[in-house]
Design a protein around this ligand. Structure first.
Ligand code: ATP
Ligand code: MG
Length: 771
């Protein structure tokens, strides 16, 4: 009990000690919600509750493990071990196994993963003779999943006029029917999918009052973390379990509700007091995680949301450093500035790499950071996701590229010959492979002429195989004359990959498209940069593959040698929920990225984006860095996005703007300027003082805003560069010319850039402006 008193503030302690009924703890980020839950469980154990009678639900398995180990520290390993603790899915799966018969399952039921579910849905689509371009398995499954999370069974689905109308409008009027068949198939196969774990548990309790009673009695206390992100199904199960004893304690922060797209409903928090009449409300407002500056900066953002429960979150930690916003010339420079700063924090201030996180809005944004971290040999890991080049869709495109660069690459050929589907099934591929072994020729030759090698395929199949060969052969022939970007685009389109991905409107589908866009952006940048650097003969797919191979081959080195607490964590903001780091970098703060382009039309969605930024900033304990880039390869071409609208909401007194301040819409003078910018004193740069460089960048802004900016063609047409000239490059930022050689078409300048190192550029292609 002593430990409790010492490690909790009076409000937290009151929340822990209250055990007389339903309890709702609404509290700001970092105010000890998770800590209160942890201590409350320890407290209940100390009061004599049996560990197995306590049910604690967390958002991730990792959170459950951490909580358990904290409790073990407080009350001993043995008692902690028997707690019922885990995610909704893991806990309810255990219950379903025990009670399988009551919901018509056998105990040994299987769990279908996403690919199993897709296979079932695809076969149904085929049987119903529906167009598989119109009905994408993942889109259909998205709707089925949403229905399950709202406890909508197939019968209810099919009789709901709103759902019927929505499905009709979106060109998939048969989703209800597919859902019914899918549910029947799963049942016949004695299988459940992920969402069934909730739906079936609900049905178990709702249809079997005696079973519900048994569990309601067993769980004498139920506790839930991150309550703001629970969905309807989860809430309904909780209600069934606790409505009688009313021993439930939930903690949440409406300002951190970020899973609306998965059915979480911010109103759930508000409804709690309706479901549990007389529930006690506790508020915690003191943040223990972050400096005052970080808390105030985060508050100044979230205050712009209309839908929220007012809280006055404050910190009594020191003021700490200001939040720093760095505006870079390009996404590439952003990655190098962030990586430089991380190395500086590590080397100069001893911040462990494991105590640093880079947070981004979408998974695809990891690419540039991964590349830069590898280049600078800085240990990192992708938390809760996978490395950019490990994504299936990226591996698919790369397999096409590999085949184009080397038609003998059998693994690449096998991967793409029937993806996207072109009617060349596994049996055919096996026959082709057998023929290639028998005749001792490479598979590619057999594909070019199956009958010549007695592959034994039908004439119709042969036509498809040869069709594929001809398509690829055309790419192969262009391979040494067409640059990687142009050819890559053609491959995406003609292979059908692009259409295949575009037809999938599910969330995962959209993410896959984002990754492909990002891949194409990288490819475009690769080609432009090679040209500019004078390597016109290295702009081809083979050269690109070589570069990618270099970027990915040290994968193992990066993942195995160094334990995860010695590596910088790269992750989406969604994945960062509940975590904390000494230093946090929130990157890509631009319009069209954050807020996401898909959200800017609706106030509701914009507010969710704002909550995301709130979550991101409040992960930081000591330092928070924000960044945005003026130019970025996006959707395969160079884009010039405005800084995120949210940046303007951050109270100026907590913010320092540095870098290419001119890119920020408001006048530069309005922001406090940092006299020395460590972000800029990168190890790559040999220029002496960061101050001079930055103040120059600011004055350039003033100059540039009155005189129209010179363009690249102006420059190549009329200007020649001299040694000592200061230049601005679209991707590499500010630099000075240290050498010039050649004339006319062959004129080259060697430029020392502040962040991008020294580069020799062919003037004809250089994306430069003289300052
Ligand atoms: P989030 O909203 O991000 O989930 P939270 O409200 O769950 O945050 P915790 O993670 O429980 O907050 O606490 C944030 C940090 O503050 C943790 O490092 C925790 O140990 C610390 N902390 C919380 N309360 C206290 C306290 N009374 N004394 C000292 N440290 C505390
Ligand atoms: Mg928490």
């Amino acid at each position: 009990m002593d430990t409790l008193l010492k490690s909790l503030n009076p409000n937290q302690l009151a929340a822990v000690e209250y055990t007389d009924g339903p309890e709702l703890i609404i509290a700001g980020a970092g105010s000890g919600k998770t800590r209160v839950l942890t201590y409350k469980i320890a407290y209940l154990l100390q009061k004599g509750l049996a560990p197995w009678s306590i049910l604690a639900l967390t958002f991730t398995n990792k959170a459950a493990r951490e909580m358990k180990s904290r409790i073990a520290d407080l009350v001993g390993e043995e008692r902690a071990r028997c707690l019922n603790m885990g995610t909704f899915h893991s806990v309810f799966l255990r219950i379903l196994r025990a009670e399988a018969e009551a919901v018509g399952l056998e105990r040994n039921f299987s769990i279908y993963d996403d690919s199993d579910s897709r296979a079932v849905v695809n076969s149904i689509i085929k049987e119903l003779k529906l167009d598989d371009k119109q009905y994408k398995a993942s889109s259909v499954l998205g709707r089925i999943g949403a229905a399950k999370n709202s406890l909508v069974t197939p019968d209810v689905y099919m009789s709901d006029p709103h759902l019927a109308e929505r499905d009709k409008v979106s060109g998939m009027p048969k989703v209800g029917q597919i859902y019914a068949l899918y549910a029947a198939r799963c049942k016949a196969a004695n299988a459940v999918d992920f969402d069934d774990m909730l739906l079936f548990t609900y049905k178990l309790f709702a249809d079997n009052p005696q079973i519900a009673q048994k569990y309601a009695e067993r769980f004498s206390y139920v506790l839930v973390d991150e309550y703001q992100d629970t969905n309807y199904a989860q809430q309904s199960i909780l209600t069934l379990l606790t409505k009688e004893r009313r021993n439930i304690c939930v903690v949440g922060d409406d300002a951190q509700s970020i899973y609306a797209f998965r059915g979480a409903n911010i109103d759930n928090i508000l409804k709690f007091q309706n479901i549990y009449e007389g529930a006690r409300l506790f508020k915690l407002e003191q943040n223990y995680r972050s400096t005052q500056t970080i808390v105030k900066a985060a508050n100044s953002v979230i205050i712009n949301n209309q839908r929220q429960i007012r809280k006055d979150v404050y910190s009594e930690n020191g003021d700490g450093e200001k939040v720093r916003l760095n505006i870079t010339y390009s996404d590439k420079e952003e990655a190098s500035v962030v990586c430089n700063e991380i190395r500086r924090l590590h080397n100069r201030y001893g911040v462990a790499y494991g105590d640093i996180a880079v947070l981004y809005r979408t998974n695809a944004q990891s690419r540039l950071f991964e590349e830069e971290f590898r280049r600078q040999d800085t240990p990192y890991h992708i938390y809760g996701g996978m490395s950019f080049y490990q994504h299936k869709e990226i591996k698919d495109v790369i397999a096409y590229f590999r085949l184009v660069a080397n038609p003998n690459d059998e693994e690449a050929l096998k991967r793409v010959i029937n993806y996207p589907k072109r009617g060349i099934g596994d049996t055919t591929v096996s026959k082709l492979i057998a023929a290639s072994r028998d005749c001792n020729v490479c598979l590619w030759n057999v594909v070019g002429n199956p009958s010549m090698y007695n592959a034994g395929v039908s004439a119709a199949t042969e036509k498809k195989v040869v069709g594929f060969y001809c398509m690829m052969d055309e790419f192969i022939r262009d391979n040494n004359t067409t640059d990687a970007y142009v050819l890559g685009k053609a491959i995406l389109e003609k292979s059908g990959l692009k259409q295949e991905l575009a037809a999938d409107k599910s969330m995962e589908g959209v993410e896959r498209q984002d990754n492909i866009e990002e891949f194409m952006s990288g490819l475009h940048d690769f080609v432009d940069t090679k040209r500019e650097e004078g390597y016109e003969d290295e702009v081809y797919i083979a050269n690109f593959l070589q570069e990618v191979a270099l970027l990915t081959d040290s994968d193992e080195e990066n993942s195995d040698d160094v334990s995860s607490n010695e590596r910088v964590s790269l992750m989406t903001i969604h994945a960062s929920k509940g975590l904390e780091f000494n230093s946090v970098f929130v990157v890509g703060l631009e319009e069209n990225i954050f807020p996401s382009p898909r959200s800017s039309s609706s106030l509701r969605e914009l507010e969710e984006e704002r909550r995301l930024l709130y979550v991101a900033i409040t992960r930081a304990e000591q330092r928070c860095f924000l960044s945005c880039a003026k130019s970025r390869y996006q959707y395969g071409s160079m884009m010039f996005n405005e800084p995120s609208r949210f940046l303007k909401e951050i109270d100026k007194q907590y913010l320092i703007v540095e870098g290419n301040v001119g890119g920020f819409q408001s006048p530069a003078q309005q922001y406090s300027q940092r006299p020395e910018s460590p972000l800029r004193s990168s190890h790559q740069s040999s220029a002496p003082s960061g101050f001079r460089r930055i103040s120059t960048a600011t004055s350039q802004y003033r100059q540039m805003s009155t005189t129209p900016q010179r363009t690249q063609s102006d420059l190549s047409a009329k200007q020649t560069i001299h040694v000592g000239a200061r230049v601005e490059h679209q991707r590499f930022g500010i630099g000075s010319v240290i050498a010039v050689e050649g004339v006319g078409e062959n004129e080259k300048a060697t430029i020392e850039f502040q962040n991008a190192g020294t580069k020799t550029l062919l003037m004809k292609f250089a994306r430069l402006t003289i300052l």
